[in-house]
Ligand binder design. Structure first.
Ligand code: NAP
Length: 249
């Protein structure tokens, strides 16, 4: 029960990595607000899991790329929760293409959904966190190995994830003395809907090149998020934790 009596907001909670994080948080005693763009197939199962663990799960909806909408929805969730001990900015998209052919809309959409949303949501939630003086709070931002090393065909995505890393380090310096830790996770290749569209031979080649010789699972990322959310990591801030099977080593 690493998160007993804690309240968490997790974006991108409907599927993949976000859903696994919600499950791990609930199993460890947290009440969770999961934000996604529309009612999800996971909602019922997550509510059931929460009730089995004596906590509540609340699914809420906003397009994180829509500043007005996400601001309104996050403020309403915060008013309901009172305060969040943990924020996980996990929602993300790809709009891949070579740089010289990339449409400006594909650049803008990825930056808005992946990066600007992190600024907007963290601004609301961290303002509240720093007022809760006796608490130790944690913000976890989902970056990517691509934000550290780059990837051809993903300049928009790489820029958004590199931006998340720089943003996390800067925010960690602003709010550390007020009891808020800010860290990023940089996943490698994780089996979710996002990577299901990739060609099988490309995936096999990546896995073959990994020291650990397997693709990551959403639970691998959820375990790192659980550690960063919990009091096991109270002396860790401004860091990027690679969870990538050794891809980045
Ligand atoms: P996924 O399976 O495609 O799920 C994406 C999640 O983000 C869904 O819950 C989706 O909600 C939500 N989302 C997307 N756009 C949204 C929007 N405009 N407003 C609200 N919610 C939105 O992705 P994933 O693989 O789990 O990835 C999660 C995070 O990890 C992303 O930030 C991704 O960049 C990062 N990451 C993934 C990998 C990987 O290999 N999978 C590697 C490195 C980093 P709906 O269901 O409502 O659309």
């Amino acid at each position: 029960m690493l998160l007993k009596d804690k309240k968490a907001l997790v974006t991108g909670s409907s599927r993949g990595i976000g859903k696994a994080i919600v499950e791990a948080f609930i199993k460890n005693g947290a009440e969770v607000w999961g934000l996604c763009s529309k009612p999800s197939a996971a909602k019922e199962d997550l509510e059931k899991l929460a009730s089995e663990n004596g906590v509540a799960f609340h699914e809420i909806y906003a397009d994180v790329g829509n500043a007005e909408q996400v601001t309104e929805v996050v403020k309403a969730a915060l008013a309901e929760a009172g305060t969040f001990d943990v924020l996980v900015n996990n929602a993300g998209i790809t709009r891949d293409g070579l740089s010289f052919r990339m449409k400006k809309d594909d650049w803008d959409d990825v930056l808005r959904v992946n990066l600007t949303s992190v600024f907007l949501i963290s601004q609301i939630v961290s303002s509240n966190m720093i007022r809760a003086k006796d608490k130790s709070c944690s913000i976890i931002n989902m970056a990517s190995i691509v934000g550290l090393h780059g990837q051809g065909g993903q300049v928009n995505y790489a820029a958004s994830k590199g931006g998340i890393i720089a943003y996390s380090k800067a925010l960690a310096k602003e709010v550390g003395s007020r009891g808020v830790r800010v860290n990023a996770i940089a996943p490698g290749f994780i089996e979710t809907d996002m990577t299901a569209v990739l060609k099988d031979d490309m995936k096999a080649q990546w896995v073959e090149g990994l020291p650990l010789k397997r693709a990551g699972k959403p639970e691998d990322i959820a375990n790192a998020a659980l550690f960063l959310a919990s009091d096991l990591s109270t002396y860790i801030t401004g860091q990027v934790i690679g969870v990538d099977g050794g891809m980045g080593c």
